[in-house]
Write a protein that binds this ligand. Structure first.
Ligand code: GLP
Length: 244
């Protein structure tokens, strides 16, 4: 727990840099990094960009898998997670384009797209580090209330509270928010990751963070509580998020 969001972001950015550098990835043994969107990881991305420019880290041998994408939004849409990731991170670091994996929100074959994504993650064996955010109601990626422990990459319906929370990016108009998304599942995250790190910032996360840590384990109503089942989870938060 840190007193400011800046300190929390700084800590986790440096932590990730150290993990990648200690691993010393090579073309035949890349570092596999899971990545989130949302405002919470933005400070981490900014710091990783700076470190990359300073030569303190390279992403040349890092493979990334993003957690989720809105269904129906083209990569050029300002609100797509594709756009977000390239705009906030990938365009500013030395990662090769072919190392980046994001679910295709324009797919015409949802089942195939999801199965391919899941298979590609499995092909690499383990995700070395999965960085995640936390939804105000305890969602992880777009695994909403009711997501099962066994869930894999799939099409999901967004619940009203998520649509409302994310409407701030869509002119505060819930009608404009996509109602469906593609998301990695709980199993995809928990069963494939050697380590899971969460960045949790702000008072509006204190309910979800409390449920994540102190709530019943593996409670379908709060999917982040599945993390209690994983052997290696690091949660980095600010005081506001830790309020409960
Ligand atoms: C979206 C994303 C989640 C993210 C959540 C919280 O719903 N699908 O992966 O964790 O937003 O975002 P923020 O950090 O902006 O609160």
């Amino acid at each position: 727990t840190f007193s400011s969001s800046d300190d929390a972001s700084n800590y986790l950015a440096e932590y990730i840099i150290k993990k990648i550098n200690d691993f010393q990835p090579t073309p035949t043994k890349p570092f596999i990094l899971g990545l989130p969107t949302g405002s919470s990881p933005e400070g981490i991305y900014a710091r990783l960009i700076t470190a990359n420019k300073q030569g303190r880290i390279t992403f040349k041998n890092v493979i990334t898998f993003n957690m989720d994408e809105y269904l129906g939004l083209p990569p050029t849409d300002l609100q797509s997670y594709h756009y977000f990731m390239f705009n906030k991170f990938f365009n500013h670091i030395d990662i090769p384009r072919q190392n980046i994996n994001i679910l295709n929100g324009l797919t015409t074959n949802v089942d195939q797209e999801c199965a391919n994504y899941e298979a590609k993650i499995k092909k690499y064996g383990r995700i070395n580090l999965f960085l995640g955010g936390l939804g105000p109601e305890g969602h992880l990626a777009f695994n909403e209330k009711g997501s099962t422990r066994q869930s894999k990459t799939r099409k999901v319906s967004l619940v009203d509270s998520t649509i409302k929370a994310n409407s701030r990016f869509f002119d505060n108009d819930c009608e404009k928010v996509p109602k469906f998304a593609l998301s990695v599942g709980i199993s995809t995250i928990i069963d494939n990751s050697d380590e899971i790190c969460l960045i949790v910032l702000g008072e509006n996360k204190n309910f979800a963070l409390n449920k994540t840590i102190n709530g019943k384990s593996s409670d379908e109503n709060y999917p982040s509580s599945y993390l209690q089942d994983h052997h290696n989870v690091l949660i980095v938060c600010d005081n506001a998020a830790a309020g409960l």
